[in-house]
Design a protein around this ligand. Structure first.
Ligand SMILES: Cc1ncc(COP(=O)(O)O)c(C=O)c1O
Length: 423
């Protein structure tokens, strides 16, 4: 590839999505120049329109008080419904299968209350090795709540690459089919950036009697999803990463239609009760026959509002263009780093299997022995990346707001940091 021969500015000039960058606030260096922001996998950037929408909600609250529930320009009573169509687009769901609510870990617990149905013989839960710690805590504590102390089984990663082989995942699903009842994995692993074949894994596990749930924190807004078609039982995600909803933004859930009218155990709240009779305040809970039945409380307006600015951008850009640009950015970054390693034999290894069609934005890189120094040099140069002890740097070029010149600057900085360390 020879990254030094590539005209990154020409790539920017012909980039069909370049206008979207101006719809975000880019963090700035002390001299006023824009930083290179490669941590959209951790916290997405603020859409410019978010502030205006938030101010409008504050105005409506100031001017209308309680009447804002029904008479705000976007009435608060049904506010969460404003996000349904876009969330369905992003997750490949039917509109009645998704709802924006709560936060990710809280949602995982609520969904497990319905979908983790252990029996004496089949009570184990399969998840991936190196699952995000919060997921592990949620799974383990939920199993303990049911009285099982040894329920969580981790599907091991390859010792050398840290990546889970697809065959190993299927092998474990098959092997534990008599003991495990739930498979719950991250659709994209937070650490390695590995994207799992959710379609095949879901089908394979469901054929063996598992209930299948996905944590889509690192998947939603990063890769296209088809949750309905894949037959996924349930899923949950957060909105502050690729969805640019802001710190602690409201999360979302998916519940497949086939579960909507089942008699499932559920932790209930008044916002899950049928809308027609909710305000008659009856004792008997009558669930809304959609994913909304899992809601507990009335929607947190200020935490939802920034998503009004962000979510429509995905449909405007379109998945095809987003994926095209994302693949180009990520491949240029990963290949460029590999070339730097080849030229300087500097113990750099790309963890993320970035070249297969399932890969997403993120590239996780091991910088053996020099990780901290490279990270510090990137930070000094105004390049925002994510450090993971002991020697991993995670970088995620995001097609909505990263440019090809961002990649060039990052590669130049990494190369000069590597050369510096070899002096
Ligand atoms: C994969 C994954 N799961 C769960 C969480 C926890 O999210 P929250 O704090 O919103 O519950 C995170 C947070 O980054 C995550 O990346």
């Amino acid at each position: 590839m020879q990254w030094k021969t590539i005209d990154f500015y020409a790539l920017d000039a012909e980039d069909k999505l370049k206008e979207f960058r101006s719809q975000f606030h880019l963090p700035r260096n002390p001299d006023g120049t824009e930083k290179v922001y490669l941590t959209g996998n951790s916290l997405g950037l603020q859409p410019i329109k978010a502030k205006q929408y938030l101010l409008e909600e504050l105005d409506d609250w100031a001017n209308l008080g309680v009447d804002g529930h029904t008479h705000a320009r976007r009435p608060w009573m049904h506010y969460h419904e404003l996000f349904t169509a876009e969330l369905a687009y992003l997750t490949g769901a039917e509109p009645n299968e998704v709802v924006a609510m709560n936060t990710l870990t809280a949602n995982l617990h609520l969904l497990m209350a319905s979908f983790y149905r252990p029996t004496k013989f089949r009570y184990k839960i399969l998840c991936e090795a190196k699952a995000f710690p919060s997921d592990y805590y949620a799974l383990d504590s939920h199993a303990r709540f049911h009285g099982y102390t040894d329920a969580v089984l981790e599907i091991p990663a390859d010792k050398h690459t840290g990546i889970l082989k697809h065959e190993t995942i299927l092998e474990y699903i098959d092997k534990y089919a008599d003991e495990a009842t739930l498979l719950l994995m991250g659709g994209v692993n937070y650490y390695t950036g590995q994207v799992f074949d959710m379609e095949e894994i879901t089908t394979f596990a469901r054929e063996r009697g598992y209930t299948v749930g996905w944590d889509l924190a690192h998947a939603v807004g990063n890769i296209p999803l088809k949750l309905h078609e894949w037959g996924v039982d349930f899923a949950a995600w957060c909105s502050y990463k690729y969805l640019n909803g802001g710190p602690g933004a409201v999360a979302g859930i998916f519940v497949h239609q086939r579960h909507h009218n089942r008699l499932l155990p559920r932790f209930e709240g008044w916002w899950g009760h049928c809308k027609d009779t909710r305000f008659q305040m009856p004792h008997n809970f009558q669930p809304i026959p959609t994913a909304e039945a899992w809601q507990l409380s009335n929607p947190p307006i200020f935490s939802l509002t920034p998503l009004l600015a962000s979510l429509p951008m995905f449909r405007q850009a379109g998945w095809e263009a987003l994926r095209n640009k994302s693949r180009k950015l990520t491949t240029l970054l990963a290949r460029g780093i590999e070339e730097i390693n080849d030229t300087h034999s500097s113990g750099i290894r790309i963890l993320t299997p970035y070249s297969n069609e399932h890969s997403g934005c993120q590239v996780s890189v091991v910088f053996e022995g020099i990780g901290r120094q490279v990270f510090d040099r990137l930070t000094e140069a105004g390049i925002v990346t994510d450090w993971r002890h002991p020697d991993v740097i995670r970088m995620a070029p995001v097609p909505l707001y990263n440019s090809f010149s961002d990649i060039q600057k990052t590669l130049e900085t990494i190369e000069s940091a590597v050369i510096e360390q070899q002096k």
